[in-house]
Ligand binder design. Structure first.
Ligand code: FAD
Ligand code: UDP
Length: 369
């Protein structure tokens, strides 16, 4: 008998299991994949000696010192700061949109103050931007939107940017300085040795069953513990009784090359709609301090797609929000089940938000006991 059976060994499940085990509880983690780490899983490719992120690039960043310190208790981080370039119309620009992007795009030499005024002159009045398209235009105007955002967004989400939530675009800062760091977050870096040493430490001493799908023996797992912690897709948990939520996935195409350096940067975005991928990752650039130890390079092209077996991004259209609120009601009726993480909460969470959410959940349970 366990106190908790945790479904899923991603950050939510692993942090939750670690913390409750530390508090003296008996916990079992079951994971349907053949590895721990959820979508943060990474491995060292023996041929190239490069750490590969199997489910897309994962850059650790957080504004929260507590979460940063927590993560640093499981791993050392390097000083990587995320800087992205984007290929639009065959030219390479700095991303997110900053003074370098604006000056290059308009062939100008504006100062920060002038750029602020210049952007204002381009932006039409949109009193309350209600979706991604309106929000983006209200921040950068229609020309920059059409060039850098629209095509990429349609490829990524396969829907009209006018139907997407505005918050998706506010993930990206807009700056009228030359500051070109992708995230505003004060703390960022890549874990030395990749993400797996972190997960191995989080799950040290925790009972673990890999290649085990909760739904194959749902009643059995429920019978083993007082509380289930479920981190899989919320609609799947309720057998899609209120309909399917929309998720977006990605197909990753990996290519090894004998070249030293393919693109000179970890991530190059591709803004044009006719280019079928959204971005190319060259992971050796995450570890500048050990870049000379790699043999050749690896590039990974990301092709957004729909794949019901790999739900990565909550699309969160209006129809999804209505369905989600039904599942949330059902969730609140479900006894002795904790729902957490990106899939079970249907939230476009970054890693630090999932870790924070798991820690808060453990605190909440501690108060209840
Ligand atoms: P997951 O990591 O998805 O873990 C859930 C686990 O549950 C999975 O291992 C799954 O196999 C398992 N599971 C599901 N159903 C069952 C079942 N029925 N039985 C057993 N096991 C089950 N965040 C950042 O901070 N920085 C980034 O740069 C970044 N880049 C990203 C890039 C991509 C392409 C994607 C998709 C996400 C990215 N993220 C990034 C977000 C990050 O991946 C998530 O915030 C985090 O991994 C979510 O952790 P989780 O535990 O909620 O879910
Ligand atoms: N986006 C865009 N152009 C870019 C980068 C991002 O239009 O060059 C938009 C797109 O809609 C994307 C969203 O901004 O889905 C969030 O981008 P982010 O890089 O945070 O996406 P993630 O890393 O989560 O895939």
């Amino acid at each position: 008998m366990y106190d908790f059976v945790v479904v899923g060994a991603g950050f939510f499940g692993a942090v939750f299991a670690h913390e409750v085990q530390k508090a003296g509880k008996r916990v079992l983690v079951i994971e349907k994949r053949d590895h721990i780490g959820g979508n943060c899983y990474s491995y060292d490719d023996p041929e190239t000696n490069i750490n590969i992120h199997k489910y897309g690039p994962h850059i650790f960043h957080t504004p929260d010192k507590k979460i940063w310190d927590y993560m640093n208790s499981f791993a050392d981080f390097n000083h990587y700061q995320h800087r992205v370039l984007t290929n639009a119309g065959g030219r390479i620009y700095s991303m997110p949109i900053n003074l370098a992007t604006i000056n290059q795009f308009y062939n100008l030499t504006l100062t920060p103050g002038e750029a602020g005024e210049f952007l204002k002159s381009k932006i039409p009045a949109i009193p309350t931007p209600a979706n991604l398209e309106e929000k983006a235009i209200s921040l950068i105007g229609p020309e920059l939107y059409e060039t850098f955002i629209k095509g990429y967004t349609i490829k990524q989400w396969d829907c009209d940017p006018g139907d997407l939530p505005a918050e998706v675009i506010t993930r990206l800062p807009v700056r009228t300085s030359y500051d070109n760091i992708y995230y505003n977050d004060h703390y960022q870096g890549m874990p030395i040795g990749g993400y797996m040493p972190i997960f191995t430490k989080l799950l040290e001493g925790v009972s673990l069953e890999l290649k085990t799908d909760f739904f194959e023996k749902r009643d059995y797992w429920r019978s083993l513990a007082r509380t289930i912690v479920y981190t899989g897709p919320i609609d799947r948990y309720f057998d899609y009784r209120y309909g399917k939520l929309r998720w977006r996935s990605v197909r990753f195409e990996i290519e090894k090359m004998s070249l030293e350096d393919y693109q000179g940067v970890s991530i190059m975005n591709y803004a044009d709609q006719q280019v079928p991928y959204t971005r190319i990752l060259e992971p050796k650039h995450f570890y500048r301090e050990s870049i000379n130890l790699s043999r050749g390079t690896v590039v990974i092209r990301e092709y957004p797609c729909d794949d019901p077996d790999e739900p990565y991004y909550p699309v969160n259209l209006k129809a999804d929000q209505a369905i989600l609120s039904e599942y949330q009601k059902a969730q609140s009726q479900e006894k002795n089940v904790v729902f957490g993480g990106r899939l079970a909460e249907y939230k476009y969470y970054d890693m630090y938000q999932v870790i924070s959410s798991a820690l808060k959940q453990v605190e909440k349970l501690r108060e209840m006991i």
